[in-house]
Design a protein around this ligand. Structure first.
Ligand code: 5AD
Ligand code: SF4
Length: 453
């Protein structure tokens, strides 16, 4: 038998990229590839890249520099193919081959089902230098029709991509350009993949999409399903205990989705609903399609449907034109909603987006200061939320052994890591556990009947 070839995929950016990387593994496994932990012994290295902020993009070129040195030492019997995938590949295409001519292939998020064909081409081209294979079209065909059945990653939680692309054109964002127009996978495909994941042992599925609540999947009967409808149907799958979805767009939260939060117990009471900023002026300049008041009203409706719901968000500080007052409005909305988790960033001007050429770009030092203030507030709220969990009982999905002997680590409904002393045979179960301690980033729990004497 031929020696297995080794594959190393380095993933940057969002959960959609994490999903895409595991699907690339699924495509390459039948060609004899096994995954490895680093580039040193890899025969194929894929950088699955993120273009959302300048820092994320630039990381790719420094990583490529390191790979070049490893590749130089290889020969024909132990070749190394270097590929750049994902959103930097989509956005920069040929520029990558120009800056890093030793790269063999560059392909966007809609092309990775063609990996076998690209590899065959690379081998025909064969001289060990860069082979210049470029695939960054948005093909007519649906890549999902060409991908093999997914192999669920180890563990009890799985991602399922149901929607891709974005038509919202927030003025700072590259996603509509790198991921293309909104597209929803047909209902039947989503349900089939979900059933397979559950059969393979998934207890929790996170539905993924750049704009997941804009989902409008073809139902095969001339109609379309919303996300709310899809969630209700998924909840019927025996053995699927937890459903999550991310990332949502506030202006697309409809009544059907809100009522799913009331009716579907499997839908976790934790929602990532990025608001980005709290000032109406800034929200308008960002083209977010909602005001702060409208956002707060959506939250009120969601909480009326599911009173134990908690929220997380993304924030951008230092958007062009943001003044101290605007920033205060952002702090204020954070206090009002009490976001228990958040990703926050200094605005990064992205080439080709409308905001990049707006007047009144904010001084970097000012933006960094604002970021510090905002992050401190978020940490305080998160710490307080965790402390308030003490004494409560939550269902915890026990996922793996912990670092300490006899300890297991699980996840609460709110995604908090939870440590508990418990026997290993509880791994893969959801148990109601009492929370007994809190840290800024995790909780400690106790199995019933095991309290210290
Ligand atoms: N600068 C800073 N942050 C950005 N994001 C998107 N584009 C930019 C940008 N140009 C943030 C948003 C988004 C998250 C994924 O990344 O907060 O929700
Ligand atoms: Fe980017 Fe806005 Fe689309 Fe989100 S909704 S992906 S921030 S354009």
């Amino acid at each position: 038998m031929a020696q297995p070839k080794k594959l190393f995929i380095k993933t940057y950016g969002c959960q959609m990229n994490v999903y895409d990387s595991s699907r690339m593994e699924d495509v390459l496994k039948p060609l004899g590839f096994e995954t490895t932990d680093g580039p040193e012994d890899a025969n194929m290295v894929i950088l699955n890249t993120c273009h959302i902020r300048e820092k994320a993009s630039e990381k790719v070129y420094s990583e490529l520099g390191r790979l070049k040195n490893i590749k130089k030492k290889r020969n024909d019997d132990n070749e190394m193919v270097i590929a750049v995938a994902g959103c930097v590949a989509q956005a920069e295409g040929e520029e990558i081959s120009r800056r890093a001519p030793y790269v063999d292939m560059v392909f966007g998020p809609q092309s990775y089902h063609n990996l076998p064909e690209m590899l065959a081409k690379a081998h025909r081209a064969g001289d060990g230098k860069g082979r210049g294979i470029l695939m960054t079209d948005f093909p007519e065909e649906d890549k999902f029709d060409f991908l093999p059945d997914p192999v669920k990653p180890e563990g009890y939680t799985a991602f399922l991509s149901i929607q891709e692309g974005c038509d919202k054109f927030c003025t700072y964002c590259v996603v509509p350009y790198t991921r293309g127009a909104e597209y929803s996978r047909p209902v039947a495909h989503v349900l089939k993949e979900a059933r397979q994941l559950v059969e393979q042992g998934a207890l929790e599925i996170t539905l993924l999409g750049q704009n997941v609540n804009a989902y409008h999947g073809d139902d095969g009967r001339g109609g379309e399903w919303t996300l709310g409808r899809l969630i209700r149907e998924l909840a019927e799958i025996d053995g699927l205990e937890r459903i999550r979805y991310t990332t949502s767009y506030p202006a697309e939260v409809d009544d059907d989705l809100i009522s799913a939060h009331a009716d579907v117990p499997q839908l976790m009471p934790y929602l990532h609903l990025p608001v980005q900023a709290g000032s109406n002026r800034v929200l308008a300049a960002m083209n977010r399609n909602h005001t702060r008041e409208e956002y707060l009203e959506i939250i009120a409706k969601l909480k009326a449907a599911r009173p134990d719901l908690a929220l997380s968000s993304d924030f951008i500080v230092g958007f062009p034109g943001e003044n101290d007052r605007d920033f205060e409005d952002t702090l204020d909305i954070i206090r009002q909603v009490g976001f228990i988790q958040a990703f926050s960033f200094v605005y990064s001007a992205r080439p080709g987006t409308p905001a990049a050429t707006m007047d009144l770009q904010v001084d970097k030092a000012v933006a960094n200061e604002r970021l510090q203030v905002l992050q401190k507030l978020l940490v305080d709220i998160q710490t307080k939320f965790n402390e308030d969990c003490i004494g409560k009982e939550f269902p915890i999905l026990l996922e793996r052994v912990g670092r300490k002997d006899g300890q297991l680590v699980g996840r609460s409904p709110y995604m908090q890591p939870v440590h508990v002393e418990a026997p290993v045979d509880l791994i893969g179960q959801i148990r109601d556990l009492k929370i007994v301690s809190a840290r800024p980033n995790s909780l400690g729990a106790e199995l019933k009947g095991t309290a210290a004497k």
